[in-house]
Design a binder for this molecule. Structure first.
Ligand code: NAD
Length: 503
């Protein structure tokens, strides 16, 4: 049965609201190239109203505002959101698959994680109550000091399209748990489920202005949000190039930012591995989410002693990957998100060929699919370390391969990138894995696997992959401001004139 795409407006101050310029952006199903609906396009005028609504939600009102609400009260709303998301899981998973092109199996498990993320941060919100007024031990009895952990304020949350609702949840859940009011600007390429989050907020009675959702273009809605003087912090997930623009805008106002950016992560495979298992992780590490993962292990660095057998098995795996409409049972690779991404990825492949690399598998549109932005699982060999395909993020189902002879060579190849998001090492030698986990320059290291992520564990990169850590307690800290409160408790005058002022 065809799924109905809900017709939505912007979500501001607890209500649906038509965008000021009445503009809308078409939604294209990447598997069929058909227009299946549209989303509202916010501009600076809408950002202005949303920021005002968020400020109002935080305005101190004898404990009846979001800023001063207890963690326990915030947790109640977060749990209610999680529960409504679970109720709507099958529908949300389908909407996300049709919007983003991700296989339905994957969007279904993403929606589970979205609900899990709201539940997890509900727990941390409750924990915050107990952490308030934590006393600091001082080397004097004349003073007492404690610490308050307060919400940063109004936060702008700008996200990418590869995990539309999950990337939003990674930001919205901790921001709301911390007591911030948020304005979410999801990617124009896949926003449907984020607008459904608005519907969920209405259903659970989230106080107006606590979460506002503005769909729209980066330049028209994202840029005014990032540079707005009353947005106290910006949390961003997206490309390194946009991240650097956001940072520049924030710098004008000395506004804190956290950035989850692109990657070109290595997977180093030693000669002692179980080859079949390592090949499976290699495929998972690059083809999950149709190859559009920031942390995709897109550079395979395999020991020369097993390279021939590894490649043989890898190509067999590629032949068995089902490339199809994301709704089909068993689909493992759906279309990439848009025509723009499709053309960009094909251009990467043609440049690689013109630079002398060889396409060992795939490299184009699958013959059995007439329409849609599908790209075959693609394996590129004969790569040099200076080629574009080895250095730049493709953000598609394209794996490039190099071999190595020694541990030093493998490490040098792995770290020779200006990105630093993820890195994987595969070996039965646990000491070697331990050495590598310390030496790899990345925010996340996987040993004998690639890609698993957990709500409890920190997520984020180094170098040009960004800074700040989402998820876990680190994710909550991104939205908290630490305030020192120091009180003079002695009966005696301070005595500044008598002696040098020393506490
Ligand atoms: P993008 O940078 O084009 O867009 C990301 C978001 O920024 C979108 O909402 C977009 O509308 C907005 N935007 C664009 N220009 C803007 C501007 N000038 N000011 C403010 N906002 C603006 O990225 P994308 O194509 O949507 O996503 C793919 C990228 O995201 C890849 O590089 C990928 O690696 C990265 N990503 C990183 C992580 C992570 O956790 N590190 C996770 C997912 C995706």
């Amino acid at each position: 049965m065809a799924i109905q795409i809900p017709n939505r407006q912007l979500f501001i101050d607890g209500e649906w609201r038509e965008p000021a310029l009445k503009k809308r952006i078409p939604i294209i199903n990447p598997a069929t190239e058909e227009t299946i609906g549209d989303i509202p396009a916010a501009t600076a005028e809408d950002v202005e109203i949303a920021v005002e609504a968020a400020r109002k939600a935080l305005a101190r009102n004898k404990g009846r505002d979001w800023f001063s609400a207890s963690g326990a009260l915030r947790a109640k709303y977060l749990r209610a959101i999680a529960s409504k998301i679970k109720e709507r899981k099958p529908e949300l998973a389908k909407l996300e698959a049709i919007d983003s092109g991700k296989p339905l199996d994957e969007t279904t498990s993403d929606i589970d994680e979205v609900a899990g993320c709201f539940e997890y941060y509900a727990g941390l919100a409750e924990g915050l109550d107990a952490k308030q007024k934590a006393p600091i031990s001082l080397p004097t009895e004349n003073f007492k000091t404690h610490v308050l952990q307060e919400p940063i304020g109004v936060v702008g949350l700008i996200t990418a399209w590869n995990y539309p609702l999950l990337m939003a949840a990674w930001k919205v859940a901790p921001a709301l748990a911390a007591g911030c009011a948020a304005i979410l600007k999801p990617s124009e390429l896949a926003s449907i489920t984020c607008l459904e989050l608005a519907e969920v907020c209405i259903k659970v009675g989230l106080p107006p202005g606590v979460l506002n959702i503005l769909t729209g273009l980066g330049q028209e809605a994202g840029a005014p949000l990032a540079s707005h003087p009353h947005v106290d912090k910006v949390a961003f997930t997206g490309s390194t190039i946009t991240g650097s623009k956001i940072m520049a805008a924030a710098a004008q106002l000395v506004k804190p930012v956290s950035l989850e950016l692109g990657g070109k992560s290595p997977i180093v495979v030693f000669e002692d591995v179980d080859i079949e298992k390592a090949v499976e992780w290699t495929c998972f590490g690059i083809f999950l989410t149709n190859g559009q993962i920031c942390s995709a292990t897109s550079r395979l660095i395999v020991h020369e002693r097993i390279a021939a057998e590894f490649m043989d098995r890898l190509l067999k795996w590629c032949k068995n990957i089902k490339v199809s409409d994301p709704m089909d049972e068993g689909c493992r690779l759906g279309p990439v998100v848009s025509r723009g991404q499709y053309e960009k990825i094909l251009k990467f492949i043609s440049t690689a060929k013109s630079e002398g690399a060889k396409v060992a598998f795939g490299g184009g549109h699958p013959e059995h699919l007439k329409k849609g932005f599908f790209i075959e699982p693609t394996i590129i060999t004969d790569v040099t370390a200076s080629m574009q395909i080895w250095r730049e993020e493709v953000f598609g189902p394209v794996l490039c391969v190099k071999t190595f002879g020694s541990e030093e060579e493998a490490l040098e190849l792995a770290n020779d990138t200006y990105y630093g998001l993820g890195a994987a090492v595969m070996s039965k030698d646990s000491e070697r894995c331990e050495r590598f986990s310390k030496a790899l320059q990345a925010g996340i290291v996987w040993i004998n696997c690639s890609q698993p992520s957990f709500i409890q564990a920190p997520w984020g990169g180094i170098k040009r992959s960004g800074f700040g850590r989402e998820l876990g307690e680190w994710g909550l800290d991104l939205y908290l401001s630490v305030k020192q409160v120091t009180q003079y408790v002695s009966d005696q005058p301070w005595g500044w004139f008598k002696s040098p002022s020393k506490p």
